[in-house]
Each structure stands twice: as structure tokens, then as C-alpha cells.
Design a protein around this ligand. Structure first.
Ligand SMILES: O=P(O)(O)OP(=O)(O)OP(=O)(O)OC[C@H]1O[C@@H](n2cnc3c(O)ncnc32)[C@H](O)[C@@H]1O
Ligand SMILES: [Mg+2]
Length: 173
């Protein structure tokens, strides 16, 4: 049987994370460029989670996949600063929705200030590091953890939690 899973993004770090978890389980990954339905730079856990769920739903509603995954990055203001946050969702055609969040770290104050000025984290990271394509590679989390946890590793953890919840709900998978 040809088992497929759809992801609502062409971002390489996100695709690799899903591939890693689902390939091991014999799934073929299809990726689709979709609109997250939230702002380009989500500014709360709620908005970031919503983006993940909406991306997963588009994969099912518009591309005919039976199972869709959405991964979304954002930031969450807290008492002591602005934290990087990440959410994932796995949605099935019969209406099951699993959600999970990833590791959080506080962003340096200069980066937080850029975001409060309306810059997307992607551009703030590019200006700060003078490197292109960080969001598709190690990510801000990779830069600020000296490469110990890169964006793929962080998203893989989320995808494992989605996959696990799916297996718990449908034990035959
Ligand atoms: O193509 P898509 O899937 O949209 O991938 P993206 O890199 O834009 O990722 P998100 O939309 O999920 O993230 C929202 C914003 O936050 C940025 N972002 C989130 N996490 C990041 C990270 O670890 N490193 C760099 N930018 C990050 C991202 O580049 C966007 O500007
Ligand atoms: Mg984006």
C-alpha cells in the first residue's frame, strides 16, 4: 500500500523533520506550499498553533491528502522577554486533530526589539548573522544554542509527538 502524508510547507527544515519520522514508518511525503492563514510572524502560542492547524487542514481540504501536517514558528511574549515558540498539528480526513508544541528559548533583546518593530524573525536573523536561509536550515534556535538543537531537530520532536498521538488514537497505524 502506498501510504502518503502531506505537509503544508516547502520549508526544508520542516520537510526534513516530517520525513525523518514518517519515512521510518514507510510513508511517502508530499509537500505543498500553503497559506498559514495567520500573520507571517505569529505573535503568540495561540496564533502559532492556529497556523499549524490551518496548514494541516489545507493539505486535506485542497490537496486531497488523507492526513496533513502543519508546522508553524512564532514568538510568545513573557514577563522576562520574547520566546521563540513552535507548534505542530496532524489532522486526518475524518476530523482527528493532534497538536504539540516544541522547545522554547528566549530570544536576545536586539532580536526581540526587531520583532516588536514589525520585522519577521527570518529577516531579523538574516540581518543579525549576515547569513541567508537560516529558517530553512539551523534556524534561530540553532544559532542561539550553538548548533546543539537545530530547527529540524526541534521540529522532529514535535512531529514525534504528533505521530505518537496518532498511533495512540489509531493503534493499527
Ligand atoms: O515556508 P514556511 O513554512 O512559511 O516557513 P517559514 O520559515 O516562513 O516558517 P514559519 O512561517 O513557520 O515561521 C514564522 C516566521 O518566523 C520565522 N522563524 C521561525 N522560527 C525560526 C527560526 O528558528 N529561524 C529563523 N526564522 C524563524 C520564519 O522564518 C517566519 O518569518
Ligand atoms: Mg512563513
Amino acid at each position: 500500500m502506498n501510504k502518503t502524508i502531506g505537509i503544508g510547507s516547502k520549508n526544508k527544515a520542516k520537510m526534513k523533520a516530517v520525513q525523518k519520522v514518517f519515512h521510518e514508518n514507510d510513508y511517502v511525503l508530499n509537500s505543498y506550499s500553503v497559506d498559514s492563514g495567520v500573520s507571517a510572524q505569529p505573535f503568540s502560542d495561540e496564533e502559532t498553533k492556529k497556523g499549524a492547524v490551518l496548514r494541516a487542514k489545507v493539505v486535506i481540504d485542497e490537496y486531497g491528502e488523507k492526513t496533513g501536517i502543519g508546522l508553524e514558528g512564532g514568538v510568545q511574549p513573557m514577563e522576562d522577554g520574547l520566546y521563540l515558540c513552535n507548534w505542530g498539528a496532524l489532522v486526518t480526513i475524518d476530523g482527528f486533530v493532534a497538536t504539540a508544541a516544541g522547545a522554547k528559548i528566549k530570544l536576545p533583546e536586539n532580536i526581540a526589539a526587531d520583532l516588536y518593530d514589525g520585522k519577521e524573525l527570518k529577516s531579523a536573523m538574516k540581518d543579525f548573522t549576515e547569513q541567508e536561509g537560516i529558517s530553512q536550515a539551523e534556524g534561530a534556535i540553532g544559532i542561539f544554542t550553538a548548533g546543539k538543537i537545530d530547527r529540524t531537530k526541534m521540529f522532529s520532536h514535535i512531529v514525534e509527538m504528533l505521530y505518537g498521538q496518532w498511533c495512540y488514537r489509531y493503534p493499527h497505524k
